[in-house]
Ligand binder design. Sequence first.
Ligand code: HEM
Length: 465
Amino acid sequence: MPESAQPSPNRIAGSNKRKSSEPVARTSNYHQSVTANADPLRIGRIPICFFVVSVFFFLIGVCAMPFAAPYVAEFFYQAVVLAVVHTFTLGWITAAIMGVMYRYVPALTRVPIRWPRVAYAQLAIFAIGVSGMVAHFELGAWFGLWLAAIAVVISIIMFAANLAPCLWAQFGSGVAETGMMLALGFLITTASLGTLLGIDKTYDFLGGNVLTNISGHAHLAAIGWVTMSICAVSYRMLPAFLLPTVPLPRHALWQLYALAASVSALAVSLLFGLGGETIFAVTTAAALVWWVVIIGRMVARRRMPLGWTPRHALAGIAGLAVAIALGIALTLTGGDSYWGARIAPGYALAGLLGFFSNFIIGMSYQLFPGFVARARQGRGWAAVTIAELSVMRTRWFVFGAFNAGVAVMIAGFMAGSLGTIQAGAILGAAGGAAYALTTMWTLSFAFRAAVPAAAAQSALRILPE
Ligand code: HEM
């Protein structure tokens, strides 16, 4: 079985000599697609449009890394750094999670998305809002920043209005549904808080310490929204892809509650200066270790071979381990101390690129080609296999260069060596750019009737049902 969990290949196609520009023959494939389109749980190209935006922001983010590195080395709280951080956190990570949720939530809950067309408007507002935020962070223009942030908040409310009705019915019973519902709540909270932090720069009404306020916002976002989503989606995806011999344990639901409670307590103690951050940092870390133990058992008892997806997931867990260690060290040193200024960038890198990005890259190898193949089927275009839509030969380079680059950058920050940081940034950017370009190529086949060269050349192909 190739890396992507392919649907059972049970149909042999004849030669595929049709030129991409020729009209598509209305074969049985077409009739299947008409049935597929009639299914209200199928949401067509919506997730793919989110992935295109996400991968585009990732490309911009990795290309900016070598230029932003000297600023981060000076101090992490700066205009350029804020711009690059939100290129990754909102543009890349949040857009990717939104795309995955649009695909999985209706399928999982068996409840159709209430306003599918609204998703396109939501994406447009999101992309414009995030671009505006990144540009105004870079310019240090706070008025423009919070106007753009309001657009992002509106887009997030539209997203929640579409998905929450599907998830709510199974809150507390379905593990993945509960995690995604909690994550949605954290997304709305953190986006509203971020917008308030921006407005506060103009009107100065919030009070409190700038660095602990930012830290409260960043933790609600990174752990409450992103990590919670990754935990929830992994509980749904890993059993399907690894076919473990052990079922998902019921206490997975309690792991999600523990994570939500700990990160909420951590954020409240940071925002209101209540103290006890180290205790809540440790309980948050314990909830994450709990998740690693649950998925570790499933990986150990898998029936499927390890491909690039689980390799990226394992690299992601290594990134999480480094982030946990540096995060706890940061609560002891404080962000504004000599060591805090060195640890904080390493902590953010381990979390954003080491943990989150590895999970998204790995997941995308598994999901994107399948989504594209299905979207083509829905439009009645010539069928292509997941293997034909996947670029396998660059995956070792993406894995090696991206992860080595992140590790070298973290080491450079800890050692205070700018040369090392920049070398790592260039290496990581090369791996990241290779990923983004090959993924764009895969996604492009959802928007054009042409078939990949490999499909056009082979006379006899096995097509998925
Ligand atoms: C609409 C959504 C968001 C808005 C409006 C927003 C806004 C902001 C603002 C205004 C700041 C600077 C605060 C200050 O200087 O006092 C900030 C910092 C930060 N945000 Fe966000 N944010 C959003 C989403 C996110 C997400 C989803 C994440 C992470 C997953 C995130 C992570 C961070 C981090 C790490 C910092 C600190 C960066 C540094 O110190 O260089 N933000 N955000």
